[in-house]
Design a protein around this ligand. Structure first.
Ligand code: ADP
Ligand code: MG
Length: 359
């Protein structure tokens, strides 16, 4: 096993070394300095995304975790330009997404599809399942009525549904798990390159969650998809992601290959998140003595975020500097030893006093 494989795992290492011209550049989607502010009641404002930047390489699954309100859904929508954020850029396969209009924007959107949390409300209750799944093909004007039907049947089959059985039903006649399969079929029917999944299993029973996660993994392999996978569930994200990005109050705290993040979190917030899920916490002996066991107090109101580091009011390691200076997301050294990939695939943390690397 090469050094890069031992750090990234074989899948991500293979993706990182693919040779076609686009992939040689190593990036399918590049988000820079995304900012999104919502108006709240009165004249108050919520900065739901604050200077968020990251890259995605072809074939990887990038997991996004964070508490409710940390900006995950806003990020998903920003990436898809649904709507575009207030500032920042997203490039997809080199094309600026927010600058695109009309036909070029529609063409880009077909290459990037989204699966939402609530399968029922994301499917039009008045439409039949087969029509829902073939609609994107009709809108895109690809093929004719006969091929639309064939491709919709295939997409349904690929998510384990028989179009002859469910095709004429309406969403409310299916279970939540079946509806989520339909949403995935609808997202896949255009053969996208990027799938953005916003809490795709959070509304499902635990037993059904596993089926839908397996299905996403299979679809990803079959279609060579790149996936942005959002969830507040750290266990789910760990199972499916090659790399993980941790968000807190609209900012990225930490971004790292999955194993590195779960084995040796460097941001105090990541450490407290992991500590809050006992089954995921690194064994107490393995955990670094400096790692905080739990964060103090409540998450601050998004209407009044702390100056400097947004986590500082809850952070046991906070100093005066944390109140003055916003920490930038920077690569940390020493997590993986020799051969550590730098740049977009390394371990990065936004903290003035990161937890030390384990020995
Ligand atoms: P998450 O998906 O991580 O729960 P969101 O992206 O939905 O987070 O929300 C981030 C912040 O933006 C929250 O404080 C939320 O209340 C606020 N927010 C989200 N959507 C809107 C909206 N349409 N109008 C006003 N505030 C919003
Ligand atoms: Mg959300």
């Amino acid at each position: 096993m090469s050094a890069i494989e031992s750090v990234l795992g074989p899948r991500l290492a293979a993706a990182a070394s693919m040779a076609s011209p686009r992939e040689a550049e190593g990036v399918l989607l590049s988000a820079r300095n995304l900012v999104k502010t919502y108006r709240a009641r009165g004249h108050r404002r919520v900065q739901a995304l604050s200077d968020v930047s990251f890259d995605m390489i072809p074939g990887e699954t990038l997991g996004v975790v964070g508490e409710s309100g940390s900006g995950k859904s806003t990020l998903a929508r920003a990436v898809m330009a649904l709507p575009a954020p207030d500032a920042g850029t997203v490039h997809f396969d080199g094309a600026p997404v927010f600058a695109a209009r009309g036909a070029p924007l529609r063409a880009l959107r077909q290459r990037m599809q989204m699966v939402f949390q609530d399968p029922m409300s994301s499917l039009n209750p008045a439409h039949r399942i087969l029509d829902i799944v073939q609609m994107p093909l009709e809108v895109a004007g690809r093929g004719d009525a006969r091929t639309w039907r064939e491709q919709a049947m295939q997409a349904l089959a690929s998510v384990g549904l028989d179009g002859n059985m469910v095709g004429r039903r309406r969403p409310y006649e299916l279970s939540g798990g079946q509806c989520q399969r339909v949403s995935i079929a609808r997202a896949l029917v255009l053969r996208p390159e990027l799938l953005v999944c916003d809490e795709p299993v959070s509304a499902l029973d635990v037993s059904v969650q596993a089926q839908v996660l397996n299905l996403l993994e299979d679809a990803k392999a079959a279609h060579n998809l790149t996936m942005l996978f959002i969830s507040h569930d750290l266990g789910v994200v760990r199972g499916i992601s090659d790399r993980v990005m941790v968000m807190y109050l609209g900012k990225v705290c930490e971004l790292a290959p999955t194993d590195a993040l779960y084995r040796s979190p460097r941001h105090p917030y990541t450490a407290t998140l992991l500590a809050s899920v006992p089954s995921l916490e690194p064994s107490r002996r393995a955990r670094h003595p400096d790692a905080p066991a739990s964060a103090r107090g409540e998450t601050p109101s998004p209407l009044a975020v702390p100056s400097g580091c947004r986590f500082r009011t809850r952070c046991p390691r906070a100093s005066e500097r944390c109140a003055q200076e916003v920490p930038q997301l920077l690569a940390v050294a020493g997590t993986h030893g020799p051969g550590e990939p730098q740049g977009p695939l390394g371990h990065a943390v936004a903290c003035h006093h990161p937890l030390p690397a384990p020995d």
